[in-house]
Design a protein. Structure first.
Length: 95
């Protein structure tokens, strides 16, 4: 049977068993190494208000928020792209 991807769609290597996490969008259980995680900065203050306050010298905190998605949700949100067959086996992921 031919392999579709060189790493079989996971970042596990020879680890054996890995734990599961839940997708932050749909709640599906996904292996930790297969989930697509994105870290984005979150500010509790609106962008327009934050710009005005920063001009006056205020310091607005930003917090990193890490979200993990299953493959279906990552493709739906545009985080992971669908690649051509010859691009799948080589090269880094698109996120």
């Amino acid at each position: 049977m031919p392999k579709k991807r060189e790493n079989r769609g996971r970042r596990k290597g020879d680890k054996g068993h890995v734990g599961y996490i839940t997708c932050d969008n749909c709640g599906a259980r996904v292996p930790e190494d297969k989930a697509i995680c994105v870290t984005r900065m979150y500010s509790p203050v609106e962008a327009a208000l934050a710009n005005e306050l920063e001009k006056k010298g205020a310091i607005i905190p930003r917090y990193p928020v890490r979200k993990c998605y299953c493959v279906n949700c990552a493709v739906h949100f545009g985080i992971a792209k669908i690649r051509a067959e010859n691009e799948r086996k080589v090269g880094p992921r698109s996120y």
